[in-house]
Design a protein around this ligand. Structure first.
Ligand code: ZN
Ligand code: FE
Ligand code: FE
Ligand code: ZN
Length: 270
């Protein structure tokens, strides 16, 4: 089973290509399952805190995204197409997010942390903030929020769980403590974690999460999925061999997949 559950579309405004082109690449690389997971509109936030550049701008646009993927499902035999979403996790907005998501026929929901307070730490323009703050404090705050996301009950999958390393600012003493706490939170919250290969395309040049986190997740029996975080067709299925190698290295023999938000464990092969 070769799967990629983290794929964007141009509905979010910052990805390119038609969804048919994404499917063609998925077919070429031999995916059995592909899941679209575009950025959910930030409608749960007060107006002043929304940034339409980083998500599908309107709820109408999101309904249109769902409709387009459903149509694609009907016309595609292989791979199986799943309908997902990537939702920004912001502390304090859980109930609002829950009710906004309820009407949609989603197979799974990815929860991702892209901000610490109002700092969008994964956007290059904000990079200098990393040198202004203490790195250990930044990691502490980041993992605190990701652990909250894991136990919020909102999500099926936690996205790129050590995204804070994106620009290569690393913790001098490693991630062991954070890995343990994060894995325990995932177990408690009943979420899966994705191995997201997009980190290889950023300055850190490393898959999300680091191997040490993956091992901690395996030790806590936390399921994993695979995702490329493709924002253009040619990145669909990208570097999944490495993701699978890391998963095997950590001890994994099965991955999680989702239909209508019910988790199923399946074996994968190379
Ligand atoms: Zn995006
Ligand atoms: Fe993300
Ligand atoms: Fe994404
Ligand atoms: Zn992402």
């Amino acid at each position: 089973m070769l799967v990629d559950l983290h794929i964007h579309t141009k509905a979010c405004g910052h990805a390119e290509g038609t969804i048919q082109e994404y499917v063609r690449v998925a077919q070429a690389v031999g995916l059995q399952q592909m899941g679209f997971s575009d950025h959910f509109p930030q409608y749960f936030l007060p107006m002043a805190h929304r940034d339409p550049r980083w998500a599908v701008p309107t709820m109408a646009g999101f309904r249109e995204y769902i409709r387009a993927v459903q149509e694609l499902q009907r016309e595609t035999a292989q791979p199986e197409i799943l309908i997902g979403v990537e939702v920004d996790y912001r502390p304090g907005w859980c109930e609002r997010v829950r009710s906004l998501l309820r009407p949609f026929p989603l197979d799974y929901v990815i929860g991702s942390v892209h901000q610490i307070g109002d700092w969008a730490f994964d956007i290059l323009a904000d990079d200098e903030e990393y040198s202004r703050r203490d790195i250990a404090d930044i990691y502490e705050e980041y993992f605190h929020i990701v652990c909250q996301a894991a136990t919020s009950g909102l999500f099926d999958i936690i996205g790129h769980c050590d995204l804070i390393k994106k620009f290569g600012y690393r913790l001098p003493n490693g991630l062991a403590g954070h890995a343990e706490r994060f894995a325990a939170a995932c177990r408690a919250g009943g979420v899966a974690v994705e191995i997201n290969t997009s980190g290889l395309r950023y300055p850190v040049q490393e898959v999300f999460p680091a191997q040490i986190i993956l091992s901690a997740l395996f030790a806590q029996n936390v399921p994993i999925t695979f995702g490329s975080d493709a924002h253009r067709p040619e990145d669909v299925g990208r570097d999944l061999e490495l993701a699978m190698h890391m998963a095997r290295e950590a001890g994994y023999k099965k991955i999680a997949t989702f239909r209508r938000r019910r988790r199923e464990m399946v074996s994968w092969h190379d």
